[in-house]
Design a protein around this ligand. Structure first.
Ligand SMILES: [Zn+2]
Ligand SMILES: [Zn+2]
Length: 410
């Protein structure tokens, strides 16, 4: 639903002389999962149009194809360096008290129930700042820069469809960035490791309503099936080969106090140290859901709505970034492995680039945070934005100058 954001990004990149690849050309339709309902997409599209989004650019994103890739060719041959920025926000109501600086300062979210609680707005700001700097120093630039603006990172729904559209094919070096993640302001950690693979799923239970006092036996209780499934999912046998996580994050069910519930919806996620462990958890989760449905005589449908995989940052590329950013004021960097505790679908982009013979890193831009990621008072330290732009510009220049392409031109 990042219609307006994608339009702002595309417009700015075009002004700066970047070649644009928008929508379906960088986001494969059949590879998308977990889309919002059509009516919600249409509302968000209209809201962007009413909000003054450039109508010509906006059209490329209709039906949720909110991906933008900007390409800038240097003045001499060299490798292709891609940088990934994600665009999306979270369904969290932003804190509306004076304790929250964005509210106090008048720049909190204007979309009710929706906020940038993970810092992806900072990523977009860094991406557009970098685009400006690169356009200014184009004469010194060797090789090609590809700025990849990805939708739907939260929930693991955007990156895979970009990979399948070829958005990172032909990339020699990929840098995915993220702000915060426990790293203090003034530091850069370009060698993040340890993301968990994950699968996000929704389950719909459908039973039959009945009068809870008069004829409870004639109903089929979707609420009880969902509740039993929630407990069963959290009790899934774990796996010897690595870490696992299970979470049922929301459960809605029922119609009224004296009615046998005919509907329930459960949303959850499964995580593990690799894809095989996640596949194992998915298979067991299906069995638990089916078992609970049979026990209560209801129908259940489990749908996978997001997926992330695993990828580790390449040490050599991380070291090249560390070397390149020496001397950026207000920034220190090192190439020690930096542990991640979550999941990221940038891992699909990294995996593709690495499988093609290129290298990739996930680079954390340190920022002191007012509150944790994914909470209503999340807020970044904005003084880190400018050094991050400087660091990425230096890294792009150095990688461009570092030698011939690793990969054949696609
Ligand atoms: Zn994030
Ligand atoms: Zn997040």
């Amino acid at each position: 639903m990042e219609f307006r954001t994608a339009t702002v990004v595309a417009k700015r990149l075009r002004q700066l002389g970047f070649e644009l690849h928008l929508g379906r050309s960088v986001l494969k339709p059949e590879a998308r999962v977990g889309l919002p309902p059509d009516v919600q997409l249409a509302e968000a599209y209209d809201s962007a149009r009413r909000g003054g989004a450039d109508p010509d650019l906006l059209r490329a994103f209709e039906f949720g194809f909110t991906a933008v890739v900007g390409v800038l060719h240097g003045t001499a041959p060299g490798p292709t360096t891609a940088i990934r920025f994600d665009l999306d926000a979270l369904p969290i109501p932003e804190d509306a008290t004076d304790a929250h600086a964005p509210y106090r300062g008048g720049y909190a979210s204007v979309h009710a129930g929706c906020m940038h609680a993970c810092g992806h707005d900072a990523h977009v700001a860094i991406g557009l700042g970098l685009a400006r700097v690169l356009s200014e120093i184009r004469d010194a630039l060797k090789g090609t820069v590809r700025l990849v603006f990805q939708p739907a990172e939260e929930g693991g729904r955007g990156a895979k469809a970009m990979v399948e559209a070829g958005a990172v094919d032909g990339v020699d070096h990929l840098i995915a960035i993220h702000i915060g993640m426990g790293l203090a302001s003034g530091h850069l950690a370009p060698r993040t490791v340890g993301f968990l693979a994950s699968a996000k799923f929704d389950v719909d239970f459908v039973g039959d309503m009945a009068h809870a006092g008069a004829r409870p036996e004639s109903g089929a209780n979707a609420l009880l099936a969902a509740a039993q499934a929630a407990l069963g999912l959290h009790a899934l046998p774990r796996h010897h080969a690595g870490r696992t996580r299970v979470n049922v994050g929301a459960l809605q069910a029922g119609a009224g106090r004296n009615v046998i519930a005919d509907k329930a919806k459960l949303v959850g996620e499964l995580r593990g140290d690799d894809d095989a462990i996640v596949d194992y958890l998915i298979a067991r989760a299906r069995a638990v859901v089916d078992g609970a449905a049979i026990a209560h005589g209801v129908a259940a449908t489990l749908q996978l709505v997001g997926r992330t995989t695993v990828a580790d940052s390449d040490a050599v590329l991380a070291q090249s970034i560390v070397d390149a950013v020496q001397g950026v004021p207000g920034l220190s960097a090192d190439a020690h492995p930096y542990p991640a505790y979550g999941s990221e679908d940038a891992t699909y982009l990294m995996q593709r680039v690495q499988a093609n013979g290129g290298d990739a890193v996930y680079c954390v831009v340190g920022s002191d945070l007012a509150a944790d990621h994914h909470t209503p008072r999340f807020d970044i330290d904005e003084t880190v934005l400018e050094p991050a732009i400087g660091a990425l510009a230096k890294a792009v220049l150095a990688l461009g100058a570092s030698g011939p392409r690793l990969l054949p031109t696609s």
